[in-house]
Design a protein around this ligand. Sequence first.
Ligand SMILES: *[C@@H]1O[C@H](CO)[C@@H](O)[C@H](O)[C@H]1NC(C)=O
Ligand SMILES: *[C@@H]1O[C@H](CO)[C@@H](O)[C@H](O)[C@H]1NC(C)=O
Ligand SMILES: *[C@@H]1O[C@H](CO)[C@@H](O)[C@H](O)[C@H]1NC(C)=O
Length: 591
Amino acid sequence: MCIEILRHKKKVLLLLLLTVAGSIIFYLYTLRLERDNASATSTSTTSRLEREISDLQALFESKVVPQLGDLGRPARRNWTAGERQAMAQSMRGVGFNSWLSQRISSERSLYDMRHRSCKKLEYSLEKLPSVSVVITYHDEEASVLLRTLSSLRNRTPILLLREIILVDDGSTNVDPKLSDFLQIKFLNMVKHHRLDTQVGLMKARVTGAQLALADVLVFLDSHVEVTQGWLEPLIAPILQNNRTCTTPIIDTIDYDNFAYRRGKPSRGFFNWEFNYIQLPLLKEEAVALPAPHKNPIMNGGLFAIGRQWFFDLGGYDKGLKIWGAEQFELSLKIWLCGGSILEVPCSRVGHLYRDPNFHIHYTHQNKESEKKVISRNYRRVAEVWLDDYKDKLFEKMPHLTVIQVGSLTEEKALKKRLHCKPFKWFLDQLGKDFLNLYPVVEPVDFAFGVLQSLASPKLCLDRSEGKPGQPKLSECPDDHTFPESELKWTLTNHRELRSGPVCLEKRNQQGDIYVFQCHGQMGNQFWSLNTTSQQVVHGQMGSSRRCLEIQPDAKGVTTRKCDSNNAKQRWKFGYKNNHRLQHFWDNVKTS
Ligand SMILES: *[C@@H]1O[C@H](CO)[C@@H](O)[C@H](O)[C@H]1NC(C)=O
Ligand SMILES: *[C@@H]1O[C@H](CO)[C@@H](O)[C@H](O)[C@H]1NC(C)=O
Ligand SMILES: *[C@@H]1O[C@H](CO)[C@@H](O)[C@H](O)[C@H]1NC(C)=O
């Protein structure tokens, strides 16, 4: 029995041994299998990820032509006829050459066009505040947006760039894969925030600002390129005074060939029709360049401001919709409620403007409702900030007086709470030269009525087009003082020759004359009368003046070198105010 058991025991032990060994082998085997499996899955994940990344890259960057547009040069190649056609089509679609944009690297280099003393300035990065850049966009072309972001990453000290907050304001035609691509290209630098329905520029910006973590906010448009050293000089003044807001010089990115062109320092303002205008620097400011100078009104999208100051001011007026007058509102608020705006010439940012002849094709109804929104914005800003001067605006734009503006309680309470100064203070402090050009009480005109040629006395200047864009000559009417509108010209206080909404301007070296919307900025629309020689003279500076000359055969006019013996240069106005004409050159620079 014992032996039986013993023998049996041996068998059991053997069995046990075999089982254990088998289990171990099986265990090791499965372990290995698992490991193999795991590594197999991880290779397939990596390669899938790599594939996705390269797919995204192909989607957004594969068309890039090396070196095209580098250094900000015009992007030119020997394009084929088909390619030119594609460009023209993209231009008609969005108002700039988006076909070409897709072929220019988002990492392209730019020529450093700063004043040489700007390059010598040194900043201690540890002392400067870091910034949150806030960019909002609606249906932006992806290649343009990518260039904006790449330029920011490449030309901003990483220590100063806390984050880029990118707010998609309800875009309808942006590739859904863009967000993934931004994630892999910019990792954590870009925080993409999507609003499902469009709320308009101001609300989208405030939303972005609310997400910001840094103490200084920099607002930019989604179609810009920042340049070498743009940020340090822009934020240094805010460190000095936390209620200072700064703006860069805005350079131009050409809508047709993406050339990067130098912009000029200027002082922004608005005229009595709420158009943004640029005034020249004051003498002492021009001498001190490139030191920062006061900028009465910012040019819209691009500025830096302390986050607390921005929110102390209530951000943008929440009652403003879509766009229009928001930069006037914020600028006035900053100045009148205890802050200031400086333009910083050492900081340069390029801005892509659309073709000025491009108009988004609204349906009639959309256009009407957009006009209404803008008018409403205008009236809100005027009611809250212009005091009695709003009447001046309403005189020029009477349709504003019938617009409903909604409640202004909050804005008026803010004005009271921050002890904001009256608009007159703004004009007195910052607008002396503005008031010379755009007086509150408009002086009477220098001359008006027909402009009759003394060489061919039957012919008068007619604003209706002869050749495209150019005025023609028509038979003079009986009444020379109050003729019908196409023949009525006025030499205005702006020193322009105006007929209805258009003014006479010289566009090129040959001296050809066109009719174009009056811009009120003198320049190529500056005209004077020489009452002695009866010449109508184009040009403000003595050295560049030319005289209006009739071309009877061509039934048009041109300008040529002034020659008082040339009868074709003699003209007669229906009515001249001789007293006013004696003061024509007062306060006007001639050299
Ligand atoms: C473009 O084409 C012209 C004429 O065919 C040629 O002379 C020129 O060298 C070409 N330029 C470039 C950059 O290829
Ligand atoms: C500016 O700085 C002072 C002093 O640190 C502080 O009391 C004030 O709240 C700041 N104001 C703004 C608008 O940032
Ligand atoms: C007007 O023309 C005469 C003759 O050419 C010239 O001597 C005179 O300087 C001109 N006047 C002005 C104000 O330009």
